[in-house]
Design a protein around this ligand. Structure first.
Ligand SMILES: Nc1ncnc2c1ncn2[C@@H]1O[C@H](COP(=O)(O)OP(=O)(O)OP(=O)(O)O)[C@@H](O)[C@H]1O
Length: 259
């Protein structure tokens, strides 16, 4: 486990036996007969069709300043759920998660306004992250240049709904990466950009780490993880299978996936 050599380091995220459970209403509804409907009304709680999905099961780890940590695991293993819990978007069913400052979650679904232009979204996104109008103005051009949105024409003045999914993801990453974060969490964002954008974002992640933040990166691309992270958490069925240096964990993961 990655508990050695941590003396004197400053923890940024601590997960302590964390459990996250989703509750899904309207599941188990069965056939739409009148009797079934009546029995649903009479029954309560669990029996009324609320199903639980236990997505994260007793996960514990400590993350420190300056670390870039990859999160890997098969589909549905709980990676995005864990990030959302760290960001404070999901309550813990059991256990705790402690963070230093406000973590920023940059997901492929990060909420920007599709009907607004890229330009307006850069401004709104910057303000929403706590930058002042001045700071947004100062960094505006860098954000647009970094995203590469205008490489093929003046797209930044068009509504975001006209962007390809890769272009939108690049803009989201560029907005989020314009600020130094205590804890920056990136969910698959790198996978959507093209190779030259991926290289730029990997370089930016390295910079963010130098400015003493902690970066979490969820990806199915082992190369991206190898290039960016020095530590990896491997989740499987909501449990933490392995936590350690990137090469060691990816080696075990590749054995598991048969690569
Ligand atoms: N909003 C939700 N409501 C109910 N269950 C959910 C919800 N989101 C995720 N789950 C379930 O939680 C489990 C973990 O999902 P999660 O999205 O965290 O996995 P993941 O490791 O990020 O997967 P992927 O690699 O496919 O993105 C899955 O069983 C999934 O079905």
């Amino acid at each position: 486990m990655a508990e050695e050599n941590t003396v004197g380091q400053i923890p940024t995220v601590i997960a302590d036996e964390l459990h996250i459970v989703y509750r899904v209403n309207g599941a188990k509804t069965g056939k739409g007969s009148a009797t079934a409907a009546l029995s649903r009304i009479i029954k309560r709680g669990e029996d009324r069709g609320v199903r639980k999905v236990h997505a994260v099961r007793g996960v514990s780890f400590k993350a420190y300043r300056g670390e870039a940590i990859g999160l890997i695991g098969s589909n549905g293993s709980g990676k995005s759920t864990l990030l959302r819990a760290i960001a404070g978007l999901l309550p813990a069913e059991k256990g705790h998660v402690y963070t230093d400052g406000q973590p920023s979650l940059l997901g492929v679904n990060a909420a920007l306004m599709n009907d607004l232009t890229g330009e307006r979204n850069v401004i709104l996104g910057g303000l929403a992250m706590g930058m002042s109008r001045e700071q947004v103005r100062e960094r505006y051009q860098d954000i647009v240049d970094f995203s590469g949105i205008n490489e093929k024409g003046d797209f930044i003045t068009l509504p975001m709904r006209t962007y390809s999914s890769g272009m939108a993801a690049r803009l989201r990453f560029s907005i989020a990466a314009a600020k130094d974060h205590d804890v920056l969490m990136i969910d698959e964002a790198l996978a959507t950009g093209d190779r030259s954008f991926q290289k730029r974002s990997e370089a930016r992640i390295r910079e963010l780490r130098k400015s003493a933040g902690t970066v979490f990166l969820v990806s199915h691309n082992n190369k991206s993880i190898r290039d960016t992270c020095d530590r990896v958490l491997w989740l499987e069925r909501g449990e933490l299978r392995l936590d350690g240096p990137t090469d060691e964990v990816i080696k075990e993961y590749e054995k598991f996936t048969g690569k």
